[in-house]
Design a protein around this ligand. Structure first.
Ligand code: THG
Length: 647
């Protein structure tokens, strides 16, 4: 059974409310409203805070009004319902410990959220009819600190958003909303916090996410909409996605169009009443109700927007106009999410069939800044190999010296050479891999624009890494060496934090040598990734290759076996990606020889259907830059044709 709010959403366009802050100001409250004073509060922690604060005025803390002036907040919700809102947001924009600490009441997150949800619930129940139910969305804002800039931590965010959402859930919210979000790393921490709140309260409701696009056309830290959407779609719990605040509908239009063309989830849009105009030192919002309604009309009919509302400067009059224009309208048939709706009955995104995954327009990964498609026209997904403690002396030396700036510079160089993704590994004997990953990735998160591949076999390192990089990374890697325990652990991390995964053809007997064995393990790995609901396109099968440089008789066929396996896997699982650490093929040979063998081997792997490769890209040469006789020798070596002599 889909949640009631989703059932209503499936019928047609739903109307959100407008601004809360301006309505509170208009209520012309006396200073006492911002003082916790009565010793009669239901909650012991609120009573204790009242005593401790000794009548201190917490002017500006609108969330406090949920405790001190519930009737004022309820009246505002009621005015929005009367204007035509189907949904109101709880008065909890700043109900997190980070914001409430500014008023020395950081311990009241839960109580404030609980009361806020109860207030909105009362208003919703009073205005509901069987034909037209009204809904409460428990909404938390971004707070005042940016985790990607190190101003707060993942753990603090996850904990306080979990707390706030628990109050909202227990107070009766029909759905949860994260709104006005500015930092993709924060988005992830808050989504994880929301899911924890649902698990701990045993109340599962839909989760909605809305980001804020600044006038510059990106999120505050420079994130493009494509990166935000790509990351969000990796979280099955997020049922609707959209934007609110910062600008009016005119400035939002390009983003709304983008979502209409690319989002598989219903779209929500809550613009400000235009850009603010300063008058006597005060921001004034001038967009009229009729104009807001006109823009929403376009958004709904042309871009398939499913939930319409307003943010700063919008009033019940705005909502009334919007509700009259688009309330209950059937969804436009052209929107991407509508075209694919049959794939998501009840808007349930939890298990992805391959068909559902194929509906996704944004197949790829992302950084804090950018979306990176896995499929590169006329090329392959180039994964830079040098940001690896085992793969580069320069990297290792700088890691040992804790030269984070130098390590960042090295990553920038790889980016400049054309790498689409960087493989990052800090596993180095005698050092703390997890600590090094945390520090390094917090630098890369901010300063590197391409997405990252987290190269580690230890799940605690992987989890710490997933809590440090924004966007949607790729985890490198899983295998069946230990029989499957680690596969399960790491796949559940990929699902929880939203990541793609590299899967190696290694099992209890070690690294697969023959093509048959590689294909067999690949099938087993794919069975697991599908069980965890990872779409096929987020899986990179790695058929692995041994070095041809040892001269060992046993390994002469190994490159050819790898090529055959790549071909067969491509045939069997066309949507799955494949990847190789190409340089492994030439370990032990001289640098000049390695370049040639790596280039030749990569060439044949790509012909066989390889879609991604971990390489030192500037050292890869195309066939036409290698002497034909040298190319032939390298080819003979790759395919183990025995007439050559190779030194
Ligand atoms: N599959 C997956 N991940 C992988 C590998 C793989 N990660 C690690 C590795 N293999 C791929 N990365 C590298 C990185 C560097 C080298 C080889 C593979 C390399 N480095 C030079 C050397 O060791 O001689 C060092 C050069 C220098 O010091 O600068 O060859 O197969 N999924």
């Amino acid at each position: 059974m889909p949640a009631p709010i989703l059932e209503a959403l499936s019928e047609g366009v739903l109307i959100y409310d407008g601004a809360m802050g301006t309505q509170i100001q208009a209520a012309d409250l006396k200073p006492e409203a911002f003082i916790l004073n009565a010793p009669t509060y239901e909650h012991p922690r609120v009573q204790a805070a009242a005593e401790r604060l000794e009548g201190k005025n917490l002017d500006g803390c609108n969330e406090l009004l949920n405790i001190t002036r519930p009737e004022v907040i309820e009246a505002i919700h009621s005015r929005y319902f009367e204007a035509g809102s189907d949904i109101v947001e709880t008065n909890t924009f700043g109900a997190t410990s980070i914001v409430l600490a500014e008023y020395q009441i950081e311990e009241l997150v839960y109580e404030i959220s609980l009361e806020a949800a109860r207030i909105a619930r009362r208003a919703a129940d009073k205005h509901s009819t069987t034909r037209k139910p009204k809904f409460v969305v428990g909404a938390l804002g971004p707070g005042t600190k940016l985790v990607s800039l190190g101003q707060t931590t993942w753990a603090d965010l996850e904990a306080t958003y979990c707390d706030g959402f628990k109050g909202l859930l227990e107070g009766g919210a029909d759905a949860l909303l994260l709104e006005t979000l500015q930092d993709l790393l924060m988005v992830k921490a808050c989504i994880v916090g929301a899911q924890r709140a649902m698990a701990e309260t045993e109340r599962k409701v839909p989760l909605f996410v809305q980001v804020t696009m600044e006038q510059t056309g990106t999120m505050l830290l420079g994130t493009e909409m494509s990166a935000a959407l790509n990351m969000i779609e990796a979280f099955p719990a997020v049922v609707a996605f959209g934007i609110n605040c910062a600008t009016g509908p005119v400035e939002m239009a390009p983003h709304v169009r983008y979502l209409g063309q690319n989002s598989t989830r219903p779209i929500a849009v809550q613009p400000n009443a235009g850009l603010p105009i300063m008058e006597h030192g005060q921001a004034k919002y001038k967009l009229t109700p009729e104009d807001l309604a006109k823009h929403h009309d376009t958004f709904v009919s042309e871009f398939g927007v499913a939930m319409c509302g307003g943010c700063c400067g919008t009033t019940p009059a705005h909502i009334k106009a919007v509700a009259q224009a688009v309330g209950g309208r059937k969804h436009s048939a052209d929107a991407h999410w509508i075209k694919n709706r049959h794939l998501f009955p009840g808007f349930d995104f939890t298990m992805k069939t391959d068909e559902q995954a194929a509906a996704q327009s944004l197949v790829g990964c992302s950084s804090l800044y950018q979306f990176q498609p896995y499929h590169q026209d006329a090329s392959f997904l180039i994964v830079g190999e040098k940001t690896n403690a085992n793969g580069s002396r320069a990297f290792r030396d700088m890691l040992a010296a804790e030269n984070w700036e130098g390590l960042t510079e090295l990553a920038r160089e790889l980016e400049g050479e054309g790498s689409h993704v960087l493989d990052v590994c800090t596993a180095y004997v005698g050092r703390n891999e997890e600590r090094d990953m945390r520090i390094l990735l917090s630098h890369y998160n901010r300063h590197i624009t391409v997405p990252l591949m987290i190269d580690s076999t230890e799940w605690p390192v992987i989890e710490a890494s997933l809590q440090t990089v924004a966007g949607k990374p790729i985890v490198n890697s899983i295998n069946y060496e230990d029989g499957g325990g680690r596969v399960d652990k790491v796949l559940s991390l990929c699902r929880q934090y939203g990541a793609g995964v590299v899967a190696l053809t290694i099992d209890e007997d070690g690294m697969a040598k023959s093509a048959e064995k590689k294909v067999e393990i690949a099938d087993r790995l794919l069975k697991a990734t599908r069980e965890y609901g990872l779409p096929d396109h987020d899986v990179f099968l790695d058929c692995l290759t041994f070095t041809l440089g040892s001269g060992d008789e046993e390994f002469r066929e190994s490159a050819h076996e790898t090529i055959k396996a790549i071909e067969e896997i491509r045939r069997r699982h066309p949507r799955v990606n494949s990847i190789l650490g190409v340089s492994n093929v030439s370990f032990g040979l001289k640098p000049a020889t390695r370049q040639i063998l790596n280039s030749t081997f990569l060439h044949y792997c790509l012909e066989a259907g390889l879609t991604a490769a971990i390489v030192h890209f500037s050292k890869i040469k195309p066939e036409n830059q290698i002497e034909p006789d040298v190319w032939k020798i390298a080819t003979d070596l790759v395919y183990d044709r025995r007439e050559f002599a190779f030194r």
